[in-house]
Design a binder for this molecule. Structure first.
Ligand SMILES: NC(=O)c1ccc[n+]([C@@H]2O[C@H](COP(=O)([O-])OP(=O)(O)OC[C@H]3O[C@@H](n4cnc5c(N)ncnc54)[C@H](OP(=O)(O)O)[C@@H]3O)[C@@H](O)[C@H]2O)c1
Length: 345
């Protein structure tokens, strides 16, 4: 049994990681850390975890976990990755988004240059667990098997901004276009309230719209924020959707429903997000064990893939600021959040 740990259990997301262990076969939740002692104790008691720490470095050193879930704001990620590397932690799953702007992107890219590829660093995946939702897996397989013909166009959207949910949408686009490199992005942004400083540090413009060109003549359109379509009566995080159009059919996924049109036959139905999510999170965790056991079975949500997706966001920001199409990959400019604040505020 792999020994797993979570860093940061005061917020909401850690519950998803812990709950998934009901379905994880090869690992157990063995330790947790959080600076807030009351919330730490409440969480550890609820999920029946004995070893608990208010200092994640102490937990890494004393518990020597095999796999660590990093569930902190985006500005508290690199220091944990480096501490884990120093402690010899073999693998980490880091919450999205992996970065916010060019400076942290470059620093994490530098870290990634060694991680997972050599014995020097840990294997790192990013927690875009929707990829592993059973329904998403089935739709991704249909498209990969050519059941909608050749993919021509993808349309993805989410109700929250690029930092909160846009990386889920970009990961989804990539999941339906495996192996195709993004070539360019043309984007527009508006609204500065999401650029204000908050403890969550998920800085992004309130709304964004982008067209992304991929290899093989496939275009994707991405909409995030209030300009994205509403797909559910539920809370703001429920409005993620992706539609993939091919030469002979299409598939549509949302957080609560799905539709397909294959060879002229329509099908569809509904699913319950939390029911899907607990299995998606467990499957993501099992895929980490696969990678840890066989270095060639690289996790589909590995750090390099997330950095490539995030590079599209950086290109989008530069496209909006300079009012031009941006070729990808882009070497990010400095102070993008500050410049967006100035332009949109
Ligand atoms: N994949 C998904 O579907 C999904 C869903 C929701 C959220 N998320 C992501 O998950 C992450 C966490 O979300 P959340 O809603 O749980 O956030 P949150 O409520 O802001 O919690 C942040 C956590 O980080 C810890 N933390 C903050 N600063 C720290 C520091 N300097 N050192 C160590 N720990 C620190 C906090 O615990 P202490 O203060 O006790 O240390 C807390 O547990 C975010 O990146 C968010 O985007 C993902």
């Amino acid at each position: 049994m792999y020994k797993c740990a979570i860093i940061g259990v005061s917020g909401g997301r850690a519950r998803g990681h812990a709950d998934a262990f009901r379905h994880v076969k090869r690992g157990r939740l063995a330790a947790v850390s959080s600076r807030n002692k009351d919330k730490l104790d409440a969480f550890a008691d609820e999920f029946n975890v004995g070893p608990r720490y208010t200092d994640y470095r102490e937990m890494l050193q004393k518990e020597r976990p095999d796999l660590v879930f990093v569930n902190t704001p985006p500005n508290v990620r690199l220091e944990i990755l480096e501490a884990a590397k120093g402690a010899g932690t073999p693998a980490l799953v880091v919450e999205k988004p992996i970065a916010i702007e060019g400076e942290d992107f470059r620093a994490i890219r530098e870290f990634a240059a060694t991680s997972g590829k050599t014995d020097d660093g840990p294997k790192v995946a990013i927690n875009h667990q929707l990829h592993f939702h059973p329904r998403r897996q089935r739709l991704q397989s249909l498209v990969a098997e050519g059941r909608i013909g050749e993919v021509r166009f993808v349309e993805a959207s989410c109700g929250m901004n690029l930092a909160y949910q846009g990386t889920h949408s970009l990961q989804a686009i990539g999941a339906f276009l495996p192996g195709r490199r993004p070539l360019s992005v043309f984007g527009q942004v508006s609204g500065a309230s999401g650029l204000r400083d908050t403890p969550g540090k998920h800085f992004a413009p309130d709304e964004s719209l982008a067209t992304v060109k991929f290899e093989g003549g496939v275009d994707a359109v991405l909409r995030c924020g209030a300009n994205a379509p509403r797909v559910d009566d539920g809370p703001i995080y429920m409005h993620k959707r992706i539609a993939v159009y091919g030469t002979t059919g299409w598939v549509l996924w949302t957080m609560s429903s799905w539709e397909t049109s294959i060879d002229g036959t329509r099908d569809g139905g509904s699913h319950e997000y939390f029911g899907e999510d607990v299995h998606g999170q467990a499957a993501l965790t099992e895929a980490m064990f696969d990678w840890m056991e066989n270095g060639k079975t690289v996790h589909p949500l590995h750090l390099g893939a997330a950095l490539s997706d995030f590079n599209i966001i950086l290109g989008l920001y530069q496209s909006a600021l300079h009012r031009t199409v941006v070729e990808l990959p882009v070497e990010p400019e400095d102070s993008l959040v500050g410049r967006l604040r100035k332009a949109l505020g």
